[in-house]
Design a protein around this ligand. Structure first.
Ligand SMILES: C[S@@+](CC[C@H](N)C(=O)[O-])C[C@H]1O[C@@H](n2cnc3c(N)ncnc32)[C@H](O)[C@@H]1O
Ligand SMILES: [Zn+2]
Length: 311
């Protein structure tokens, strides 16, 4: 059995036990050195790799596979998204998250004393955090924050658990429920990941920062055409703004626009790390990659919206 990692025990009081109704808020605590649990007796032992699994059943099909996560790690380690990481760090420095006071926070059941203990230190939540690469970069820019990387893929959580000493890794399906107590996160990050504006508003403190990164239509040109990857709709940013119209105020829109030179190994990793991996025929993909120049200049085009939760 594995000891509960310190980042995980430090944020347990803000993690929701999944075995309770949607209106209930039952949080976790370290019950022994090796186990988390709730007051109703549900128990969660961290995996050997340091993450805790809060799924109630098997992972849904949307979970990234081991191969997708490994490919994403290759791409991120090569620095392909370094400009995006730097932009995320810059926006949390330019728009500092609020200092939370107990009176500014509202939760369903917690008393003021309980809230005071669960809003210090301030918390960053990364939804669909993948390997935790960008999460760790943002945590470096927020030296007083703890972080929680939430992802439905245990392969992603394994990596995220090792990425930063202040980062806890949790396996959960955010479409079931984002397993974070109401009003206890000062920053919420969502990078190329599922978005549930209601859940974002619920877990953020009033005045908390929401940072959403989404691909622009020309992201990964020319690979989208040459390799038949999934194309981003022209109206994606407008739809995102529409989703976040209620409850949030936009503070900034940052455009990450760079070109990176990728060899064929990296091109393959880019093509197989995302949702396109599910529909690509491996042989056809290899033939298409062989037909590309070496290296190929590939566009990184990502829109980053920075919003503040109203209230
Ligand atoms: C495109 S990846 C982005 C990963 C990371 N944010 C990054 O930029 O490196 C999307 C991630 O969302 C996760 N995901 C998909 N559906 C999810 C769900 N319902 N709940 C939690 N995570 C989910 C996937 O497992 C995957 O790791
Ligand atoms: Zn429970």
């Amino acid at each position: 059995m594995t000891q509960v990692p310190s980042a995980l025990s430090a944020c347990a009081a803000r993690l929701l036990c999944p075995h309770h109704g949607p209106a209930e808020r039952t949080v976790l605590q370290a019950t022994t050195e090796r186990s988390l649990g709730c007051t109703q007796g549900h128990r969660f032992d961290p995996a050997r790799q340091g993450y805790v699994n809060l799924l109630r059943g098997p992972a849904p099909a949307a979970a990234d596979t081991a191969a997708m996560v490994a490919a994403r790690q290759v791409v991120l380690d090569a620095g392909v998204q370094a400009e995006l990481s730097r932009t995320l760090q810059r926006v949390v420095t330019q728009h500092p998250p609020p200092r939370v006071t107990a009176t500014a926070t509202a939760t369903a059941t917690a008393t003021a004393t309980e809230i005071a203990t669960v809003t210090e230190p301030p918390l960053l939540v990364d939804v669909g955090a993948g390997t935790g690469h960008h999460t760790a970069a943002v945590l470096e820019a927020l030296p007083d924050h703890l972080g929680v990387a939430v992802d439905v893929s245990r392969y992603a959580a394994r990596r995220a658990a090792r990425t930063h000493p202040r980062l806890a890794a949790v396996v959960a399906d955010v479409w079931e429920r984002l397993p974070v107590l109401d009003g206890t996160a000062s920053v919420l990050l969502d990078v190329f990941a599922p978005r549930d504006p209601e859940a974002f508003a619920r877990v953020l403190v009033p005045g908390g920062l929401l940072i959403v990164a989404t691909p622009a239509p020309d992201h990964l040109d020319p690979l989208v055409d040459r390799l038949e990857l999934l194309r981003v709709g022209d109206d994606k940013l407008d739809r995102l703004r529409g989703q976040l119209e209620t409850g949030f105020t936009e503070l900034a829109h940052e455009r990450v626009r760079t070109e990176v030179a990728l060899d064929r190994h990296l091109v393959r990793a880019v093509a197989t790390m995302g949702p396109s991996a599910h529909h690509l025929d491996p042989d056809a993909l290899m033939r298409a990659i062989d037909g590309l120049p070496e290296p190929t200049l590939v566009r990184q085009a990502v829109d980053v919206l920075v919003l503040r939760r109203d209230g």
